[in-house]
Design a protein around this ligand. Structure first.
Ligand code: 0WE
Length: 257
């Protein structure tokens, strides 16, 4: 099966730099001819994202703080103007305050809990709702990024684990809502990858070593492998798949020890 995405369009939220999983997703989609809208969060990120987007022919770049409904509205208004329609959404956005990602989960503050869920979970639903009018009748695909910490306890992942569990549940409810409109919704549960998000996470090297020792493939996964799974989920090859979480983790999740 070929993966030609010429004439298709997509939006990618969550590119910060070349190491971003979102960038790998964008690269895979652009390689097959998809036209992309990149969003960035805050002026500080604009130049970085513009420089990367310039490597993808026909792409556009817009600001989007996913906690601001008016910015989400503006992004989809602009996509309607520029592209006219939308086939793919890649949601690769997550944030928790650093202090929530260490120590005991029971110390999570209400504010910290709310921020993590607003940015990392509710944003998928807010964006899907705005994307829907542009995706109707096009058999589109919505893809988000999860982590095994949403299903099992990973030390220090804490409130993000609760957020990823809610994100994966959101994928199921959105898949049920949007399925009758031909739109599929899935998550990729990626193994740990050295990205900006992972920088400064204590014990990250130990986690990577543990996976290289224990995962069936005896190695860690790369951004490119996640990107190519995103390509699969965006394309026709996955037309029978919705509401699920696909692990791209070298098989680590099957292990009991
Ligand atoms: O989902 C993630 C990253 C989540 C994340 C990371 C940070 C660090 C910097 C969300 N918000 C922030 N906020 C910050 O200020 N991953 C799957 C990567 C990750 O993050 C961890 C991990 C792994 C793996 C945090 C603790 C333990 C393991």
């Amino acid at each position: 099966m070929t993966q030609d995405l010429k004439g298709k369009t997509g939006i990618i939220l969550g590119v910060a730099n070349k190491r971003s999983i979102a960038w790998a997703c964008a690269s895979s989609l652009a390689r097959e001819g998809m036209r992309l809208c990149f969003t960035y969060m805050g002026e500080r990120m604009e130049e970085k994202v513009r420089a990367l987007a310039s490597e993808c022919e026909g792409s556009i770049v817009l600001e989007c703080d996913v906690t601001k409904p008016e910015q989400i509205d503006a992004v989809f208004d602009e996509i309607k103007e520029e592209f006219g329609f939308l086939d793919t959404v890649v949601h690769a956005v997550a944030f928790a305050r650093r202090e929530e990602l260490t120590g005991n989960f029971f110390d999570t503050s209400k504010e910290g809990y709310m921020i993590a869920h607003e940015v990392s979970v509710y944003s998928l639903t807010a964006i899907s709702r705005r994307a829907l009018p542009l995706m109707e009748g096009r058999e589109g695909s919505i893809i988000t990024l999860s982590y095994i910490g949403g299903e099992r306890v990973i030390p220090n992942y804490n409130v993000m684990g609760i957020a990823k569990a809610a994100l994966e549940a959101s994928v199921r409810y959105l898949a049920n809502d949007l399925g009758p409109k031909g739109i599929r919704v899935n998550a990729i549960s990626a193994g740990p990858i050295r990205t900006l998000s992972a920088s400064g996470v204590s014990g990250f090297n130990t986690m990577l070593d543990e996976i290289a020792t224990k995962a069936p493939l005896r190695r860690n996964v790369t951004q490119e492998e996640v990107g190519d799974t995103c390509l699969f989920l965006a394309g026709k090859g996955s037309r029978g798949i919705t509401g699920t979480t696909i692990f791209v983790d070298a098989g680590y999740h099957i292990m009991g020890v």
